[in-house]
Design a protein around this ligand. Structure first.
Ligand code: NI
Ligand code: MN
Length: 231
């Protein structure tokens, strides 16, 4: 499994030769200077799925752009978000909490997140969530925007995780302290930190963050824009 990071909660997964884009946030992303983001968008040559955790603007901003660019792309999200994009003529697959669903890349489950979910035009965005992916190239938990929650203890019951992708920027989501406790709940040693340094309100010190995880016996991975890892 290859994970490429594009700041915030935006990343591209390559699993079993399928390409999955998570929460595309390029054009409205203040991290990119001017039209800089276009270069990164153009680096994405193939796309099969878009996964959306919740309806906030910093997670759905470029869904329509990618759905139009890659005609066969399938948008997977909660029922309400799927309906919203279906009405715009995009192919969607609406789900809700409660079961694994089999796709060519592996099986996927929509799981609870403690957050909120509404589109910027006021349309109700269903319940926010995260994704649990079990694949023959590894198991991955993407929490989406969430605070620390006791429900995370359920996740490792379905099988051990290779890596978890957790927000660490605070204010709207978990901060570093909460994310370390989350990694204990998840029984997961390797964390990819996201949702930080994109806005003024969610600034962190990257070295301090890594040290805090290290002291608790965990590894915090922080990728630069466009950087990737294999798990
Ligand atoms: Ni949010
Ligand atoms: Mn967010």
């Amino acid at each position: 499994m290859k994970i490429t990071f594009f700041t915030h909660n935006t990343f591209l997964l390559k699993i079993n030769n399928k390409y999955l884009l998570i929460d595309p946030f390029f054009s409205g992303n203040p991290f990119f200077e001017k039209k800089d983001y276009i270069k990164y968008i153009n680096n994405i040559k193939k796309l099969d799925y878009i996964l959306i955790t919740h309806a906030h603007y910093d997670h759905v901003c470029d869904v329509e752009f990618f759905a139009k660019k890659f005609h066969n792309v399938l948008v997977i999200s909660n029922y309400e978000i799927a309906n919203y994009f279906e009405r715009k003529g995009i192919k969607t697959y609406g789900i809700n909490y409660g079961s694994f669903i089999f796709f060519p890349f592996g099986k996927l489950k929509y799981v609870w997140a403690a957050h909120s979910s509404v589109f910027s035009d006021g349309t109700y965005g269903g319940n926010p969530g995260g994704f649990l992916l079990h694949t023959n190239e590894g198991n991955l938990y993407i929490s989406g925007d969430t605070s620390l929650m006791y429900e995370m203890k359920i996740i490792p019951n379905f099988g051990p995780l290779n890596i978890s992708i957790l927000p660490i920027g605070g204010r709207y989501t978990m901060d570093i302290e909460e994310a370390i406790i989350a990694s204990n709940f998840l029984k997961c040693k390797k964390i990819l930190g996201v949702h930080y340094n994109t806005f003024q309100e969610i600034q962190i010190n990257k070295n301090e963050a890594k040290k805090s995880f290290y002291k608790k016996g965990k590894e915090l991975i922080l990728l630069e824009l466009g950087e990737f890892i294999y798990i």
